[in-house]
Design a protein around this ligand. Structure first.
Ligand code: UDX
Ligand code: ADP
Length: 476
């Protein structure tokens, strides 16, 4: 089997960084260089202090610690790394387009195209180019066309293009990479597929390495994410019905999850899905369906995203209703800003939309998250942080004028000081073990706990004299 000695990965983000760290860790004989145009990000990957890595993932520090300096490098020298590589992974961002054709649905491929052109310019000898970013179906065609014109321009350069989508979930990236359910490799050249399969075979059993054509591989990634997201919208729609009827969504989820055809995973009702993939990939699918003349199929998938947005607005509306129809000038604590636990990523986090709705109503939000930086929250809310007000002071001038404000809280206790309610939006483990008797005394009564993640013990919250709303819990 052809063997790969040198890998370059373009893009040192949430996918490229952890994926390459695990490849380097498991393949000590392969030199792995991760490159990025963002100098600050590369500096953070090279920081001697492993707690400063730009991506927070449990277990990532240990893997990087073992491989960095041995066969794993992080660098901004993009052309040099491409020239030295037998295999180049493209793992750059592909956000939804914000303007132009397909705005709001199609993926913005400008970074992918830039990478393909850079590979075309700098590669030497035979280079296998691997799509790692989630891309619309048939993107490989564009990459192939750019590389083919480089081949045609002479020299002894040649290229093969593969699709190798990443299925890791943030927060569990390291275990997902170390024992994946499957590795998918799509391509036209059997030798190139074998070369990549050979890299994975250092730690992934052969039967878990699936080979398909290029387009099936690209479409599988979009479809897997669409199916997963659809499950969440389905259970969230049922949660709303449970609240209206007196059922409990946790009981319903357990009951349906025992059917082996349905299965128990991915049935947690919550504040809606976030993350960089689900919404973007479904919108991509919707765009493709419309493009290929399948408007009914497009509408079907689009409703999964619409239900998700509705769920987030619904939660904000519900908070306002329970607080006597107004949150203007009221202090509310938000626990959790990341889109899920065990990550510092806030892309499409439900907390963004919910917090924005409450700010619009004039609320004062104390936001706590163990891993998200306050600067990131300010960017997400398009609003700089205010000074934390004194707990005893009345509504501030800003709040009387009806303007919403927010500030970061270093602890849960500080966030709840003087608050009328607390919303739990990320299922961080530390929120499962809160001392509600102590916290209740810090809040202004009557005080509410809104648990959108099913993390609190209802008995403890009630015993502390607090009112409780839990996602998907109706009053029998
Ligand atoms: C997802 C896919 O799981 C992964 O395979 C793909 O490679 C990238 O997209 P990720 O977005 O990182 O991964 O995390 P995931 O665990 O799938 O969670 C996505 C969102 O769904 C989160 O906001 C999470 O809180 C929410 N979710 C998940 C629920 O609300 N309920 C659930 O039962 C599961
Ligand atoms: P993902 O979650 O898909 O990994 P990120 O946004 O976390 O997405 O990471 C993508 C990375 O790709 C960013 O750090 C960005 O700077 C980098 N990037 C984008 N375009 C290029 C390029 N042409 N060359 C090198 N790096 C790039």
């Amino acid at each position: 089997m052809p063997s790969i000695r040198s890998i370059c990965c373009i893009g040192a983000g949430y996918v490229g960084g952890p994926t390459m760290a695990v490849i380097a860790d498991r393949c000590p004989g392969v030199q792995v260089t991760v490159v990025d145009i963002n100098q600050a990000r590369i500096d953070a990957w090279n920081d001697a202090d492993l707690s400063k890595l730009p991506v927070y993932e449990p277990g990532l520090d240990a893997v990087v610690g073992r491989a960095r300096g041995r066969n794993l490098r992080f660098s901004t020298a993009v052309d040099e790394a491409i020239a030295a590589a037998d295999m180049v992974f493209i793992s750059v961002n592909t956000p939804t387009k914000t303007k132009g054709l397909g705005a709001g649905q199609a993926s913005d491929l400008r970074w992918v195209e830039a990478c393909a052109r850079q590979v075309a310019k700098s590669a030497t000898g035979h280079t296998i180019v691997v799509e790692k970013s989630t891309l619309p179906v048939r993107t490989a065609e564009a990459i192939k066309a750019i590389l083919a014109s480089a081949e045609a321009s002479g020299g002894d350069r040649s290229f093969a293009v593969l699709s190798n989508p990443e299925f890791l979930a943030e927060g569990t990236a390291i275990p997902d990479l170390e024992s994946p359910d499957r590795v998918l490799i799509g391509g036209e050249h059997p030798e190139a597929i074998d070369a990549l399969a050979c890299v994975y075979s250092h730690w992934v059993p052969q039967e878990r390495i699936l080979r398909t054509n290029l387009w099936s591989s690209e479409l599988s990634k979009l479809t897997a994410n669409a199916f997963l997201a659809q499950r969440i919208s389905s259970i969230n729609s049922v949660a709303a019905l449970c609240e209206a009827t007196g059922a409990d969504v946790r009981e319903v989820a357990r009951a349906i999850g025992t059917d082996s055809r349905i299965g128990p995973k991915f049935l947690n009702a919550g504040p809606g899905f976030g993350g960089s993939c689900f919404q973007k990939d479904i919108l991509n699918l919707v765009y493709l369906c419309r493009h290929f003349g399948l408007p009914d199929v497009a509408d079907y998938w689009e409703s999964v995203v619409q239900l998700n947005t509705w769920q987030q607005h619904r939660i904000a509306r519900l908070v306002v209703q329970k607080l006597f129809g107004t949150v203007t000038g009221k202090r509310l604590a938000i626990l959790g800003f990341a889109f899920k636990a065990d990550t510092n990523d806030t892309r499409e986090a439900p907390a963004i939309r919910i917090a924005k709705d409450l700010l619009e109503e004039g609320a004062q939000l104390a936001i706590h998250d163990p891993k998200v930086e306050p600067e990131q929250i300010a960017r997400d809310l398009s609003l700089p942080a205010s000074e934390a007000p004194n707990a005893e002071s009345g509504p501030t001038r800003a709040s009387l004028s009806g303007e919403g404000t927010w500030w970061p809280s270093a602890s849960v206790a500080a966030a709840l000081e003087g608050a009328d309610s607390v919303l739990i939006l990320t299922e961080w483990n530390q929120y499962r073990q809160l001392d509600w008797t102590d916290l209740a005394q810090r809040m202004r009564q009557p005080a509410w706990v809104f648990d959108a993640r099913s993390v609190v013990d209802p008995d403890q919250v009630h015993a502390a004299g607090l009112k409780l709303w839990r996602i998907g819990e109706g009053q029998p």
